[in-house]
Design a protein around this ligand. Structure first.
Ligand code: ADP
Length: 305
């Protein structure tokens, strides 16, 4: 069983509109998903065959909708139910363009935060692997991920967030962080143009406290730095992309599954990439196809550098 934490879930609304531009009118159907990065992780874990318990905050009609969706998917719903309406986020996908409108999320009360931390303390031992993903709604302290990581220091915590939440979370020494290039550049406040610059930047952040770091690089695969500071470059095949939104979350799910099921680090990294790639090949967000994943595993190579 894997416990996932999504403090700021969302109904993700997706439109497919080619040649989208401002100041124009477009028509098209929407597709709704129970979203927020941690729920994408949960869904992919469930598709991989893992039992998943999802937690965080859900509220209002949107919260109820998400709750019903995740239960339909067979995910255990352990969200704290709040009075704050869960947010909606919009993605407009066109031919090679992606426009997103992200609501910050409504304020959560201190009482709800306390309820969540109580739930976490009581349930921490149900799972060896814990996935924390995404942003934090207003009302929750900025160091919440550090607090969670410290409570779970005997577990393998995978922390996938950005900005101040990541900087604070790293202090709790998570097992893994997975920034992408943009998140790493934001953390460091500088552009990382060459492979050497990326590697140097990744090492700089890893040295702040996390045990392992997976720097995901979209179509260029990833760089992995392990607990012994050994560096691996992960090469992935070229594919036809349909929708890369949720690929990072899918790669977290693959990593968590490998870790939780005693796979070697090489197998775990390959599964992580294969899930990310498979997600990018499908229109939906946080969805993988198991046959594609199996096929991709043969095509991913890892080199120590
Ligand atoms: P994030 O969604 O967090 O920005 P990435 O875009 O780096 O993360 O994607 C995570 C992983 O998903 C990549 O390391 C890669 O394995 C796969 N992936 C993402 N985009 C593509 C793509 N365009 N082509 C092939 N694989 C992709």
């Amino acid at each position: 069983m894997i416990l996932t934490i999504t403090l700021n879930p969302a109904i993700d609304v997706r439109y497919k509109i080619d040649n989208f531009e401002i100041n124009n009118v477009f028509r098209g159907n929407s597709h709704k998903t129970a979203g927020g990065k941690g729920l994408n992780v949960s869904r992919v874990l469930q598709l991989l065959g893992e039992k998943v318990e999802a937690s965080g905050f859900l509220g209002g009609n949107s919260g109820e909708w998400i709750s019903s969706k995740i239960q339909e998917d067979g995910i255990v719903d352990s969200f704290i139910k709040t009075n704050s309406e869960t947010r909606t986020c919009i993605a407009i996908l066109g031919n090679n363009t992606q426009t997103e409108i992200l609501e910050p999320g409504q304020k959560v009360s201190q009482e709800d935060v306390n309820k969540f931390l109580e739930f976490f303390r009581e349930n921490i031992n149900k799972s060896e692997t814990i996935c924390i993903s995404g942003s934090v709604p207003e009302g929750v302290q900025e160091d919440i991920y550090e607090v969670i990581c410290e409570l779970a220091k005997d577990k393998k915590v995978l922390l996938d967030t950005s900005g101040k939440f990541l900087i604070n979370g790293i202090k709790g020494q998570p097992y893994l962080i997975k920034p992408n290039r943009e998140e790493l550049e934001n953390l460091l406040g500088r552009e990382l143009l060459s492979f050497d610059e990326l590697l140097k930047g990744a090492k700089e952040i890893k040295n702040k406290g996390c045990k392992n770091l997976l720097l995901s690089l979209g179509k260029d695969g990833a760089i992995f730095i392990n607990e012994n500071d050994e560096v691996f470059k992960i090469n992935i095949p070229k594919i036809k992309v349909k929708n890369p939104v949720g690929s990072g979350d899918s790669s977290i799910a693959g990593f968590a599954y490998g870790l939780n099921n005693g796979k070697s680090m090489n197998e775990t990294l390959k599964l992580s990439m294969a899930c990310g790639i498979s997600n990018a090949m499908i229109e939906g967000t946080g969805i993988i196809d198991l046959d594609t994943v199996k096929d991709l595993l043969e095509k991913i190579t890892i080199e120590k550098i």
